[in-house]
Write a protein that binds this ligand. Sequence first.
Ligand SMILES: [Mg+2]
Length: 280
Amino acid sequence: MSLEHIKVIVFDLDGTLYEDTHHFDFYAERLKFRLSADKQHLFSKDYLSCKEHRHPLKTGRVYDAEEGLILVHMDGVVREAYRWNGEQISREKASEIYNEPINYDFKRFFSIGDPWWIPASIARHYGLSSERIYEAFLETRKFMLGPDFKMKKIPGLAEAIKAVRKKTDIVLYTNSSEEDSEGILTKLGLDGLFSLKIFNGKKPAKTVEWFTYIRDYFQVSFEEIMSVGDNWVNEIRPVKPLGCITAYIDAYDTGETAYTDFAVPTMRELLPVFKLISES
Ligand SMILES: [Mg+2]
């Protein structure tokens, strides 16, 4: 694949420009604290079992809060469904319940595109409302922006972006708010590197709309845009059919390599690709 035609690189923020994960434990604690006392130990047990990959709730799947089922799907078409205890329900029963493609509304269907949605789905399973889940998320964000949360910079990333931005425009496209994103970029020493920043980006619903905006903003074609992210549903699946080059950081080993030009376990493995682009 030739890379010299790439003119714009679009980066996701969380899980892409940093790899820290210890805030998920903080988030899980804040969620647990909001559950009734009789549910708290069940929450902890399930969260631990997810962390040890013993639970059917996994990155890449969808949690159906109404049916209490965990779904394996492709583009919303349900292929397998599991009960909370890991038992698979029959294909007949699954196709009876899901006779048309599901869409992720984050009310009934929680797309577990990245690890934020694991503790959130467990909390939902034990009855916590979306509003209360959001409160716990805001507390976690506040913690992340505070002095006690030390973020590890990805070695070589800032240098690689600085080198590649001589050849391409660099865009941030995130579902996070401006305040949270700017705070995190400052902590990472990545502020000031982006030609354009899009916050509250409503991925995946608005991914195509925003990529069209980016294409028009920089007067390029989709083929000249590269999308980099750790959420296959948000950053890879919607833009590949447009013609974009895609780089998927599959930190949780979802194995979703369809539509991906590059699949790597960590951002570090992508740095040589940016080097190639900057030297092309
Ligand atoms: Mg992400």
